[in-house]
Design a binder for this molecule. Structure first.
Ligand code: R5P
Length: 311
């Protein structure tokens, strides 16, 4: 392989891709991505990638299906242009919540996406905070999963608050929340949440939250329903303040209204997904994962450990 790293971006999150490339001391690879009159996506790689170590950044955000298809087409173009190795860099993995068959006659779309990436020509995957760690098992190619936890913990720690309690939105987040609690030297509490159709009910908070500064930790915020319901109950149980951290700020159009209504004291998210001003709740702070992805890319290219970034 030549000693060249080339970072390409799809159209989903060019600002993050540019930050990653800039941390690697280079510009984004040149590519043309257009639509024909028949709505077909067309991609042309505008520079030589023969024998290069290529990284393609594409996140999941609306229009999700178009971005997935664009990613597959871009990988196909790079494979046919003789790139030696192609890593799909997916800051927020598409269809990540469709990861189990928990009702009859439904798909496991996260697995389907994994198969499509391999069929297109991806040799590796680099992603961040999958909804469930076992999704890594969907891949037949090497997969590295980065964690936003250290960056988001630093953001919370910079508030200088004492008497913190980390709150998992539901039991499935318990391990994730425990890691936050250890790192922040905080207590731990769990929400007893049930999703009924499109509606979220939080029946109970298990753990001591009275007179504490609560930090709800989530992998993603979509409608904001989980956070709003958990925050309301935390306030009724006497929490002094409620902060939120989430890796993926999906922020559906109704999220600002839902979250602003309960008055969250601070929301810390990353830039895995681009934020739109109209859909961003008040008191939202963005922590960039650009440098972390760049360092992971540097290590993958150099054959160094990626997991040691988190030890
Ligand atoms: C679900 O299991 C996830 O961890 C989040 O709780 C969920 O994606 C949040 O969605 P929403 O903001 O729509 O409640």
């Amino acid at each position: 392989m030549t000693d060249r790293i080339v970072v390409f971006s799809g159209t989903s999150n060019r600002p993050l891709a540019a930050r990653i490339a800039s941390h690697l001391g280079q510009a984004l690879g040149e590519v043309e991505i257009t639509r024909f009159g028949n709505d077909n996506t067309f991609v042309r790689v505008l520079e030589n990638v023969r024998e290069a170590d290529v990284f393609v950044v594409q996140t999941s955000c609306p229009p999700v299906n178009d971005h997935v298809m664009e990613l597959l087409i871009l990988i196909d173009a790079l494979k046919r242009a003789s790139a030696r190795r192609i890593t799909a860099v997916l800051p927020y993995y598409p269809y990540v919540r469709s990861d189990k068959k928990d009702a009859p006659r439904i798909p496991i779309t996260a697995r389907l996406v994994a198969d499509l990436l391999v069929a297109a020509g991806a040799n590796r995957v680099l992603t961040m905070d999958l909804h469930a760690p076992q999704i890594q098992g969907f891949f037949t190619i090497p997969t590295d999963q980065l964690e936003a936890l250290p960056l988001l913990c630093d953001a919370v720690a910079s508030l200088g608050l004492r008497d913190l309690v980390v709150v998992a939105g539901d039991v499935g987040r318990a391990n994730f929340a425990r890691d936050y609690a250890h790192r922040l030297d905080a207590g731990l509490a769990l929400g007893d949440k049930k999703r009924v159709g499109d509606h979220v009910e939080v029946y109970d908070i298990i753990g001591d939250v009275g007179a504490k500064h609560a930090v709800i930790v989530e992998d993603e915020i979509a409608t904001g329903g989980t956070i709003a319901a958990t925050a309301s109950l935390l306030r009724r149980r006497g929490a002094r303040s409620v902060y939120v951290t989430a890796t993926h700020a999906i922020f559906a159009p109704r999220a600002p209204m839902a979250l602003d209504a309960v008055g969250i004291d601070g929301i810390y998210v990353t830039d895995t997904v681009p934020l739109h001003p109209d859909c961003t709740p008040a008191r939202t702070e963005v922590v960039s994962v650009g440098a972390l992805f760049a360092e992971a890319i540097r290590r993958i290219h150099g054959g160094e450990s990626v997991s040691s970034l988190f030890r």
